[in-house]
Design a protein around this ligand. Structure first.
Ligand SMILES: NC(=O)C1=CN([C@@H]2O[C@H](COP(=O)(O)OP(=O)(O)OC[C@H]3O[C@@H](n4cnc5c(N)ncnc54)[C@H](O)[C@@H]3O)[C@@H](O)[C@H]2O)[C@@H](O)CC1
Ligand SMILES: [K+]
Length: 480
């Protein structure tokens, strides 16, 4: 696992209601259990704690070990610097215990004079994942003190050897790392303690994914994404409009390419209209559509584009030559279903519901979540692209991994929510997200926007209302 994944999962775990108190308790209990398993009981243990949450884990370890061992806690730093609620809570408990000795070490001279010879286990709970820059005093002296006993006592680091990855770091026998071994870690022995994260974190999309997908890049117009939406026909003008409108809340610029006939009905200053002559897209339009695509970061094609034979040829012609990441939706899916080979070598997302999935792949995704996942993954692997199967649970796979989404409600069966979804995915692709993340976050945000609308007006709403709540869904996630 990467540290980036852990950042996302921490937020999603909180969203599931898993509290920092639970995690800290499990972390501390896990380390204490491993220490007793490895070294037995009746130990003399020194636990060096910092004032952050790594230190908080140390307070919990002290309590767990105190039952059958002789424990001394060295708090390195001032008690008033213990900031987080969970660390403070565990510190207050510790202070009530008569059988745990506590010594506060506020400066390095106190640390330098310490004699630790009587301890057979030293726990390093000074600093962990929150370390910034070179070690400062008095932490630095505490690290040096611990290292004096390297080879004499068993040294166990909590999460990370304090100081890692710099050269001044605790020289531990092993570190107890939580839940996942991170790819970035190396050069010290690690034992993993699970701390109560459920399997959902691998697959369920939450606000952590959104935060990660929406980090702003530039300060200039156009640096935060340019999207082209191609859709509309003599029969439909609302569908491409909804896709473009939704995307306009995510990227800096949205170009909306539509047949002139229906483009005349659009009057929205947030969008840049690019009308094409006639009533429907036809093959001769491919060249100009490709030119437009050169100026953007991603393209959505399909909403309301219709199913005329000429139009389907246009879609296939465009997709085949387009070099930008693509979202192919609605009637666009029906056009490419006739020749999936044109997708070869492309970066793309297909967004079918179950019926469109059957048209694309000749098989209806049925069964429970796991069975549907199997089918979606298999097809994604086959076409070497990303598929988002829309449903009560949206399922997303790029053929290698899969995600699912549970936001949304019954009201979203209203026409046009699929167009909003494809617009948002397009926007997220234009921001530089990979297709899996763009689709996953797109599904989450669309459903969440729908949930916000439902809160306000019940289940009888329309897709435009969903699009307009997208910024609120994003704001909620970013502030989570
Ligand atoms: N979900 C999570 O995030 C979990 C985190 N846990 C623990 O929480 C730790 C992270 O906690 P925090 O974010 O509070 O960070 P840390 O406790 O690792 O460090 C923060 C503290 O270190 C000080 N500090 C930072 N850089 C320093 C430097 N170079 N020299 C001296 N002092 C420095 C800061 O002023 C602050 O007091 C993890 O390593 C792990 O041990 C566990 O409780 C399990 C769950
Ligand atoms: K540590």
């Amino acid at each position: 696992m990467k540290i980036e994944d852990v950042y996302i999962w921490d937020i999603n775990a909180k969203w599931l209601g898993i509290s920092p108190f639970q995690l800290m308790e499990n972390a501390g209990a896990g380390v204490a259990r491993i220490i007793e398993e490895k070294f037995g009981k009746g130990l003399k243990v020194a636990i060096f704690c910092g004032t952050g949450n790594n230190g908080g884990d140390g307070f919990v370890i002290a309590r767990h070990l105190s039952f059958e061992n002789d424990v001394t806690v060295f708090l390195v730093g001032d008690e008033i610097k213990i900031k987080s609620e969970e660390a403070k809570h565990n510190w207050e408990i510790l202070k009530k215990l008569d059988f745990v000795k506590i010594k506060t070490l506020k400066d390095s001279t106190q640390i330098k004079g310490l004699d630790l010879a009587k301890f057979n286990v030293i726990v390093d709970a000074l600093l962990g994942a929150g370390t910034k820059g070179e070690l400062r005093e008095p932490i630095k002296s505490a690290v040096e003190k611990i290292n004096e006993y390297s080879g004499k006592a068993r040294i166990v680091s909590v999460d990370l050897p304090t100081g890692y990855p710099s050269s001044v770091k605790v020289n531990c026998d092993f570190a107890v790392t939580f839940q996942w071994d991170k790819e970035e870690y190396g050069g010290f022995e690690r034992i993993i303690a699970k701390i109560g994260y459920p399997k959902e974190l691998y697959h369920l999309i939450g606000p952590g994914d959104v935060k990660f997908a929406l980090r702003k890049k530039g300060e200039h117009k156009g640096q935060n994404g340019k999207l082209l939406v191609i859709g509309g026909s003599e029969d439909y003008f609302g569908a491409p409009y909804l896709a473009a409108k939704a995307a306009s809340y995510i990227v800096d610029l949205v170009y909306l390419a539509m047949p002139e006939y229906s483009a005349r009905r659009i009057n929205d200053p947030d969008l840049i209209l690019r009308p094409f002559n006639g009533e429907n897209f036809i093959e001769v339009h491919v060249k100009r559509a490709l030119e437009l695509s050169k100026n953007v970061d991603a393209v959505v094609i399909g909403p309301g584009i219709g199913q005329k034979e000429e139009t389907k040829k246009f879609v296939r012609g465009f997709v085949k030559q387009c070099e930008k990441p693509l979202v192919i939706d609605a009637d666009g899916l029906k056009a490419i279903a006739e020749d999936l080979n044109i997708l070869e070598g492309k970066t793309f997302v297909l967004t079918p519901h179950a019926g469109e999935f059957k048209i694309l792949f000749g098989e209806k995704p049925e069964g429970d979540l796991i069975e549907k996942v199997r089918i979606v993954m298999e097809k994604a692997k086959q076409i070497e692209g990303t598929i988002l199967l829309k449903g009560v649970y949206d399922i997303i796979s790029d053929g290698t991994t899969w995600k699912y989404n549970k936001t949304g409600n019954r009201g979203m069966t209203t026409g046009g929510t699929g167009d909003v979804l494809s617009g948002i995915i397009g926007g997220l692709l234009a921001l530089g997200n990979n297709p899996l993340r763009a689709s996953a976050v797109g599904a989450f945000l669309t459903g969440f926007a729908g949930d916000i609308v439902k809160e306000e007006m019940g289940e009888n709403y329309t897709a435009l209302e969903v699009a307009k709540k997208v910024p609120f869904a994003i704001k909620w996630a970013l502030e989570f």
